[in-house]
Design a protein around this ligand. Structure first.
Ligand SMILES: *Cc1c(COP(=O)(O)O)cnc(C)c1O
Length: 319
């Protein structure tokens, strides 16, 4: 069966507040809908208990970047949370492609979500819940805007400690963000643009949806403990291997990050993003560093390499 864009239900535009809904397409409950129609029950445990996992992949110039790695992480998270969906990996891959194709976006932010759902009998037993799958494609959005990409982000280190890995496995991408959101408010109070928070040992961990790297004497380091192993972080390791730079995962103290030659953050929402100021001091001379620039260039170059990316067929929607 082939479905075309016109198959999307017509929305009564008078009842849609355009400011509140990005232009995009969602798949839920077996159908493709405009974002304004993406609604779930408040009884879904994904909402009530943050009992959910998700993944975010981006599409750049009409191609998914490292989609297989994102699907691996999503399926790994569902398995560890004992969630099951009526869709296999191949079906989910085609749903994601359909959301992008139907949205028409050449550059998109694509999210897949599995929530615990709820029990049809209102049982409190999570084994009896019917898990729910939602996917959507909206315009690409970055952690850093154009100006920040050029001059580097201003980051503050909050005293907030990231939820420990023996409470919640950080390798399961999750919505337990109260620590990260608290970190953000701390950062705003300190006059910064975004935050880094700490691990249980007091070392630098990560920020709201991004990992962090330091460059010192030509070698790179990123925290190993208590962080979500990002695909962009993994991509930095792959790029470093390609160009012969040393990159390792290990503890980074607050003093070390401030004394670094270069600092950058990594996320699917923005790629590799320079940091030039931490708390009240500049990193090195306060300008975006040369290794950061080189990695940023390589990172975007890989987006049309077929070994790292997958094309979206915009005219074909298969259901
Ligand atoms: C998604 C996420 C990241 C970045 O991972 P990417 O795969 O590079 O987008 C880092 N930290 C947290 C907490 C995240 O949720």
């Amino acid at each position: 069966m082939t479905q075309v864009l016109s198959a999307l239900p017509v929305v009564d535009e008078h009842h849609v507040d355009r400011r509140r809904y990005p232009d995009g397409v969602v798949f839920m409950d077996g159908q493709y809908l405009p974002m304004s129609q993406a609604k779930i029950s408040v009884l879904d445990w994904g909402f009530l208990h943050s009992d959910a996992t998700y993944d975010t992949v981006h599409v750049w110039n009409g191609r998914f970047f490292r989609l297989e790695l994102h699907l691996d992480r999503f399926f790994g998270g569902m398995e560890r949370l004992r969630m099951k969906l009526p869709y296999d990996r191949e079906t989910i891959e085609s749903i994601l492609k359909n959301c992008v194709a139907l949205s028409g976006h050449r550059s998109a932010y694509v999210e897949m979500i599995c929530t615990r759902g709820s029990s049809p009998t209102f049982s409190r037993d999570p084994r009896q819940a019917e898990n729910r799958f939602i996917a959507f494609a909206v315009p690409f959005g970055s952690v850093a805007n154009k100006e920040q990409m050029e001059r580097g982000l201003h980051v503050a280190i909050s005293e907030t400690v990231r939820i420990p890995p023996n409470s919640i496995d950080p390798s399961i991408k999750n919505y337990h963000w109260l620590d990260l959101v608290k970190g953000l408010f701390d950062a705003y109070d300190m006059g910064a643009e975004t935050a880094l928070i700490l691990d249980t040992k007091g070392h630098v961990a990560e920020g709201p949806g991004f990992n962090v790297f330091v460059v010192k004497d030509g070698s790179l380091r990123t925290p190993a403990f208590g962080v979500l192993p990002g695909i962009t972080r993994r991509t930095v390791f792959d790029l470093c291997a390609e160009i012969g730079l040393s990159a390792t995962a290990g503890d980074i103290s607050r003093a070390e990050i401030k004394a670094a030659d270069e600092v950058f953050i990594t996320s699917t929402a923005g790629g590799i993003m320079p940091v030039t100021r931490i708390d009240d001091a500049a990193i090195a001379n306060g300008h975006v560093g040369s290794i950061t620039r080189r990695l940023m260039d390589l990172y975007w170059q890989k987006h049309d390499d077929p070994a790292w990316s997958t094309a979206v067929a915009y005219s074909v929607v298969v259901t």
